[in-house]
Design a binder for this molecule. Structure first.
Ligand SMILES: Cc1cc2nc3c(=O)[nH]c(=O)nc-3n(C[C@H](O)[C@H](O)[C@H](O)COP(=O)(O)O)c2cc1C
Length: 174
């Protein structure tokens, strides 16, 4: 099913402040573990999720440049924090503050990735919504998907340069 076919309900889902949505993936981003909180909030069973691409919860309002930053950061062996809007199975949506990190084996090789997500700060989400909207509009204004993503990515880089801060500092300043 293409993303355009997915109906969104416009209903936001919430989870508890003391809960953590956890998942692990292989190197390609296919889910190898999803905790009960993940299953409940996203509305999928463990069987649905095992082996599925993590984009199973991708929301169409998320700019793709955010995922480029995520994958570039992981490829560099670093952790990343990000505000992410996800889509539940029935089309509801939920915001998370995600921490994503590579998992290493005893020999120091990256064997997969791990993500923990907490309830995001509402004031931060209120700042992220218009920013992601702008980035998505930039992406959609290009007929070439790759060019659109690069233009949106360049916008983020420009914004950080303007502020004179790095991405981590920015995300924690929200
Ligand atoms: C550990 C880990 C957790 C991820 N969590 C999410 C998530 O919660 N939501 C999401 O949309 N993408 C998540 N991603 C990114 C997806 O793999 C994918 O890049 C993204 O959904 C964009 O999908 P697309 O490239 O098909 O557009 C995660 C990736 C990793 C490695």
């Amino acid at each position: 099913m293409s993303r355009r076919d997915v109906s969104l309900t416009g209903v936001e889902r919430f989870f508890d402040e003391n809960e953590v949505i956890v998942s692990k993936t292989d190197l390609r981003g296919r889910i190898t573990y999803a905790n009960r909180v993940f299953q409940r909030v996203a509305g999928y069973t463990e069987t649905d999720l095992m082996g599925a691409p993590h984009s199973i919860v991708r929301h169409p309002d998320m700019p793709r440049c955010v995922f480029k930053l995520l994958w570039d950061t992981l490829a560099a062996g670093q952790e990343i924090f990000a505000y992410v809007l996800n889509r539940a199975r029935n089309g509801d949506h939920y915001w998370v503050f995600a921490h994503v990190t590579p998992s290493y084996d005893a020999a120091g090789n990256v064997v997969g990735y791990h993500s923990s997500r907490r309830v995001p700060d509402r004031a931060a989400v209120d700042k992220v919504i218009p920013l992601y909207r702008t980035l998505l509009d930039i992406e959609n204004s290009h007929s070439d998907r790759k060019k659109g993503m690069e233009a949106a990515f360049a916008t983020v880089v420009g914004l950080l340069q303007e502020k004179g801060i790095g991405y981590d500092e920015f995300v924690f300043s929200l």
